[in-house]
Design a protein around this ligand. Structure first.
Ligand code: NDP
Length: 434
């Protein structure tokens, strides 16, 4: 920890993984002998760069860009780009570290990395976002490539930003290298189901967990936080499986809609108008209420799918959820539960799907996009959806089997961390001390 001062989110992510790995280290001293744990905590490469651009009033703005190429034992670095004012090295490193094990769990041939910037897209015009993306890519392009490092979207980086980034990459390299970015538009190398994949996958994972108790998503009352890409499609999948989704939120507050969210209205406000969640309640004609600030986890429900950001669900929220009878928590976001909250869920016997397993559907479908690009093919929605469903079922079953094998039945945190780790560690040993 002393080598990475002040990187609190990175410390948190590493601590969780190392604690889960204790039984593995006891059984397999060779991992210690090969320095695997210490090597895994040190990214292979970290790039930090200046991103200068000119805003609409003609003023020069300076942001900081990051790309942390964490581990390439299983394939090219793969992971999203986050544009949010809270971004600093500690956030990118935590996300990159988690990504390594998540990607391993998917069974796809991809390493782990993450990047982004402290740029805040909120309130910026399309022209400003484009100029920022072009400047960002003007440095990033020399570090990425279909066999090297393949970025994608994350918070603040959606279809619009991927478009601007891809356009600038193509211009700088004079190559239409579709496999260099994922999350592309459907007419220029994108994959069907990629937009929906993370949210869909988190609900599929919840459904599988509930299945172990003879239940399903059907009839559940679902709490979702966030109202971005993951939240919207988690809500869509949950409703299609017969659940009622009663909440959504943003960083200003949350809405409660006991009838179940009106997804068309939510998409119109968030995807088309880029508006705030408060507008949802205003336009729902009295059938929904908006709560400024507060905690979405105060609302009673049986399944929780945190889909906003890291550490949004703390121990107080976990206690409230448990008291209100929550049965399953499936993390759509990355590390949304604090360590204490996670422990409370596990101690209470709640079905708890950690992000690196439950939200792996997004990156898995990105890997399917890479496959389609490599074969210059594009698959149908149904075929791609079936592949996603099979991958999520496999991730669930592998986590469960690994937890059993290492003496922690039902503990998906232990299962996910160990199953992901073993795959990466064995590949690292085979490839020598590099
Ligand atoms: P979006 O940018 O589409 O949406 C993010 C949502 O979370 C918004 O509603 C936003 O509200 C809210 N939010 C973001 N930061 C904060 C904050 N500091 N406090 C409170 N609310 C916040 O992002 P995604 O939906 O893509 O990502 C959500 C989470 O899922 C992230 O943890 C991401 O890493 C993870 N994830 C995403 C994947 C994907 O495929 N998109 C894949 C795997 C994981 P506001 O507008 O007010 O900021």
């Amino acid at each position: 920890l002393h080598r990475n001062p002040g990187e609190t989110e990175f410390h948190q992510a590493v601590t969780e993984v190392l604690e889960a790995l204790e039984p593995v280290v006891d059984r397999h001293p060779e991992y210690v002998e090969h320095g695997i744990l210490r090597r895994m905590c040190e990214p292979e490469r970290q790039i930090i760069f200046r991103v200068p651009w000119v805003d609409d009033s003609g003023e020069v703005q300076i942001n900081r860009g990051f790309r942390v190429e964490f581990n390439s034992a299983l394939g090219p670095y793969k992971g999203g780009l986050r544009f949010h004012p809270s971004v600093y090295l500690g956030i990118i490193k935590f996300l990159g570290f988690e990504q390594v094990y998540k990607n391993a769990l998917t069974g796809m041939p991809i390493g782990g990395g993450k990047g982004g910037s402290d740029f805040n897209p909120a309130g910026r015009s399309d022209g400003e976002v484009m100029r920022f993306c072009q400047s960002f890519m003007t440095e990033l392009y020399r570090h990425i490539g279909e066999y090297t490092d393949v970025p994608a979207g994350d918070v603040g980086v959606g279809a619009r930003e991927i478009g601007y980034l891809f356009g600038q990459y193509k211009r700088l390299t004079n190559r239409f290298e579709a496999g260099v970015l994922t999350g592309k538009g459907l007419t220029w190398g994108g994959s069907l189901v990629r937009t929906e994949a993370t949210g869909y996958g988190a609900v599929m994972f919840a459904n599988s967990m509930l299945g172990t108790k003879g239940e399903s998503m059907d009839g559940q009352k679902v709490l979702i936080s966030g109202s971005g890409n993951v939240a919207i499609y988690a809500a869509a999948k949950a409703q299609s499986l017969g659940a009622t989704v009663v909440t959504a939120s943003d960083s200003s507050g949350y809405v409660v809609d006991e009838d179940g969210l009106d997804l068309d209205l939510l998409k119109q406000i968030k995807e088309v108008e880029r508006g705030r969640i408060s507008e949802y309640a205003q336009r729902r004609g009295g059938r929904s209420r908006y709560v400024e600030g507060g905690s979405v986890w105060d609302v009673p429900g049986t399944v929780a799918i945190p889909s906003a950001t890291q550490n949004e669900l703390d121990d107080a929220a976990a206690r409230t959820l448990i008291k209100n009878g929550v049965k399953a928590v499936s993390e759509g976001a990355n590390m949304p539960s604090t360590q204490k909250a996670t422990e409370l869920f596990l101690d209470a016997g709640i079905l708890f799907g950690p992000g690196k397993a439950a939200n792996a559907g997004g990156v898995a479908t990105s890997a399917l996009e890479m496959q389609q690009n490599a074969s210059r093919d594009s698959w149908t929605f149904d075929y791609t959806h079936d592949r996603l469903e099979a991958i999520m079922a496999d991730v669930h079953d592998r986590c469960m089997a690994t937890a059993d094998e290492y003496g922690a039945p039902g503990n998906y945190v232990v299962g996910a961390n160990i199953a992901g780790f073993l795959k990466v560690a064995d590949a690292m040993i085979a490839q020598g001390i590099v």
